[in-house]
Design a binder for this molecule. Structure first.
Ligand SMILES: Cc1cc2nc3c(=O)[nH]c(=O)nc-3n(C[C@H](O)[C@H](O)[C@H](O)COP(=O)(O)O)c2cc1C
Length: 462
């Protein structure tokens, strides 16, 4: 049988207090513990009195500054939208690795104008308390130091073990069998947290009962001062929820651009239709002039559109041959150039994007002998730029879906060929071809680019 006994202490804790002496005297006068503390008992102590005895009370005109000082990283920020002025709570990781609201900086149960920090090192505090009790009473006990924490998925707070000594904080049941003979694969029970939470049932915050004794739980008491409550903290690399939802969204949005790299080698795996669909939606959310939707896309999927792909690529190649020959290259040189591996023939999916000037580009006639035809060129450039914006959106979306892409220029050089093969109007301008597939290898490291060196400095801005 496990029993929980609350130990009330009528003492205002402060720096330099003899924690061991005060707790042992309180236990000695506790009517529910006539035989005092015994070997195998677990002493549960709220971190508040440990922190106060360690002098961790500071004057804090600004509690937020104190929280910042205790913070290693902000995990999430919760904005409170109430009737009064909007406020916020930072959920942070502190230097002990604990993730908790306001870094555990507490303004309750302390003088106005002061805040209580968590103990300097709660595991060390637990070890020290255990050792000094062992020295005074000659018994071996477990010690847990607790703090009240919120939970990500459940309402309400409960106490957790933030410091421990002489306790098996985790009970690893992996490999044991359940009553039906099934082997448990990865069940580790957070015993120290269970004991901390249970102790709170007899340690109500308002009743000056900062200590509890748990009797009958000796199974989890060890003669070893290790392990520690730090062992309960999930390593960052195993943490599936290392930042808050809003923060993860911001981080994802910021990093999306950098996820895209040109990928020139794909596996045979097809590209799911939904990846292409998302990419198209991303593309058409790009900015475009005159509130138009000037983008058009030809999508060729391997195994479905192979004859059109062949016809188009053969025609593009013939056009390239003509251009190379016109440059004065020998037949041998031309053969060599066009025979290079062509990713567009092998990629699982190829997208040919176009802009159609008929979708809303303005046309400028020659009026009263004044030639403003150059504005027609500008219109075409403007639509091409919008095409580039759409393609970049598309490539980022593909990268966000863990697929790779390569934007290949080829069709840009043979618009008439593209129009002829696809039977398109003269207003269609090809913007290259996008090869899409699953990368065969992770992308190379992105080189550092000195953006300062790319800035144009006019006369007035030095
Ligand atoms: C309009 C355009 C045309 C491109 N054409 C080709 C091409 O024909 N062949 C190729 O291998 N890469 C092509 N690229 C990809 C660039 O080589 C690539 O973006 C550049 O090397 C930077 O690498 P990153 O995309 O991984 O950041 C093209 C890129 C753009 C924007």
């Amino acid at each position: 049988m496990i029993s929980l006994i609350g130990v009330s202490i009528d003492h205002r804790f402060g720096k330099g207090d003899d924690l061991t002496g005060i707790i042992l005297r309180a236990i000695a006068s506790c009517t529910e513990l006539p035989s005092g503390l015994q070997s195998g008992d677990i002493l549960v102590v709220t971190s508040k009195i440990v922190a106060k005895a360690e002098g961790r009370v500071i004057a804090a005109p600004d509690r937020e500054d104190a929280i910042t000082a205790e913070t290693v990283r902000v995990v999430a920020t919760k904005i409170h939208k109430g009737d009064g002025a909007p406020g916020s709570t930072r959920i942070v990781q502190n230097k002990h690795g604990l993730i908790l609201a306001a870094a555990g900086v507490d303004a309750s149960n302390t003088e106005t104008g002061t805040v209580v920090l968590l103990p300097q090192d709660p595991d060390a505090s637990a070890r020290a308390l255990r050792a000094s009790i062992q020295k005074v009473l000659g018994i071996s006990i477990g010690v847990i130091i607790t703090d009240t924490l919120g939970r990500a998925w459940r309402l309400g707070v409960t106490d957790h073990a933030i410091g421990a000594s002489g306790i098996r904080v985790l009970d690893d049941l992996t490999g044991t069998t359940d009553p039906f003979g099934r082997q448990l694969e990865m069940t580790k029970v957070a015993v120290a947290d269970q004991l901390a939470a249970a102790s709170e049932l007899v340690r109500s915050k308002s009743s000056m009962t900062p200590v509890a004794v748990i009797r009958g739980a000796h199974t989890w008491v060890t003669s070893n001062e290790q392990p520690s409550a730090r062992d309960l903290i999930r390593p960052t690399e195993e943490d599936l929820f290392s930042v808050g939802t809003a923060e993860a969204r911001i981080e994802g949005a910021r990093n999306a651009v950098y996820a895209r790299r040109t990928v020139r080698s794909f596996t045979d795996s097809p590209v799911p239709a939904e990846v292409i669909d998302r990419a198209l939606h991303a593309a058409v959310s790009a900015p475009a002039p005159h509130h138009t939707l000037p983008w058009r896309f030809l999508i060729l999927v391997r195994g479905q559109d192979d004859s059109l792909r062949e016809e188009l690529l053969d025609a593009m190649q013939a056009s390239w041959r003509t251009d190379l020959a016109a440059e004065g290259r020998t037949t041998e040189e031309v053969d060599k150039r066009v025979s290079r591996g062509n990713i567009l023939r092998t990629a699982p999916t190829v997208i040919f994007p176009f802009v159609d000037l008929a979708a809303g580009a303005h046309t400028y006639p020659i009026i009263d002998g004044i030639d403003i035809g150059h504005r027609n060129d500008s219109e075409r450039i403007m639509f091409h730029i919008a095409g580039g914006a759409a393609i970049e959106n598309m490539l980022i979306s593909i990268a966000a879906d863990n697929f790779g892409s390569a934007w290949i220029s080829s069709s840009i050089f043979c618009p008439t060929t593209m129009r002829r093969v696809l039977d398109l109007a003269d207003t269609y301008w090809p913007l290259g071809a996008i090869a899409v597939g699953q990368p065969t290898a992770p992308a190379r490291e992105r080189p550092e680019i000195d953006v300062q060196s790319l800035l144009i400095r006019g006369k007035s801005n030095g």
